[in-house]
Design a protein around this ligand. Structure first.
Ligand code: CTP
Length: 226
């Protein structure tokens, strides 16, 4: 039995893709499977934390003894996360859609002779950026963002760390050759103010376990949120 390094801690995890509706039968999505986020939720639970997982649509089953809230769109995910705060640790692993369709139709869009439909987009709220702000009243003590990049992985992650004011960015290469998106393994760089740790490729469960152990260490001396 492992020591319960996160006993008494509240952990919130976002995971999976979001689905952004076009009309009642169509949506825009991305290739995230949710595996890394679900593994994070399970790992934190095993260390004794009380975990709420806010998940976009995935094919994964609920991790044992984790409260799971299922949502579809970025806006629903945002509302669910806000309602689940305060917390000690926020792990923002979801691949939230940056944009949604501004021209969502109430009715199924029909083929109309030769005219092709046009979609207009509008920006979604950035959950991580909004909730990680130092001024955000319910900011978790430790905010962990993820960066999915296809090039200049560490540089882009460092820029994201600054812009989003989170404590760490877990950066990974999601270019098709990496096999990360939808795959079982991940090679990540932990980017923080104190530098960059590059971890060897490992099973997503193992990566998750290392992340939550590092988080437990970071919070060890700090009081709990609730
Ligand atoms: N994120 C979020 N809400 C969004 C977009 C992203 O919470 N609307 C979070 C993700 O969960 C992740 C981090 O922000 O923790 C980085 O996501 P990523 O898609 O890599 O970054 P973007 O800010 O979308 O930047 P870009 O797509 O331009 O690389």
């Amino acid at each position: 039995d492992q020591p319960k390094l996160l006993a008494g801690r509240q952990v919130r995890v976002t995971a999976g893709p979001t689905h952004e509706p076009i009309d009642p039968v169509r949506y825009i999505a991305n290739r995230s499977s949710g595996t890394q986020g679900y593994a994070g939720a399970a790992a934190a639970q095993r260390l004794g934390a009380k975990v709420t997982l806010i998940s976009g649509p995935t094919n994964l089953s609920d991790p044992a003894m984790v409260q799971v809230i299922r949502v579809q769109s970025a806006r629903e995910m945002f509302d669910a996360v806000k309602a689940a705060l305060p917390a000690d640790i926020g792990i923002f692993a979801a691949a939230v859609a940056d944009w949604r369709v501004a021209t969502e139709s109430d009715q199924k869009i029909k083929k109309d002779g030769n005219a092709l439909p046009t979609l207009k987009f509008t920006e979604n709220p950035d959950l991580l950026q909004t909730l990680a702000k130092k001024k955000s009243p319910k900011r978790p003590a430790l905010v962990i963002g993820f960066a999915a990049e296809t090039e200049n992985v560490v540089e882009n992650a460092q820029a994201k760390l600054k812009k989003k004011q989170c404590d760490w960015i877990v950066a990974n290469d999601v270019s098709p050759e990496s096999g990360v998106m939808g795959g079982s393994h991940n090679a990540v760089h932990i980017v923080s103010k104190s530098g960059v740790e590059s971890w060897p490729e490992a099973d997503k469960a193992e990566v998750a376990d290392k992340i939550v152990r590092k988080a437990a260490e970071e919070l060890a001396a700090k009081p709990t949120a609730v």
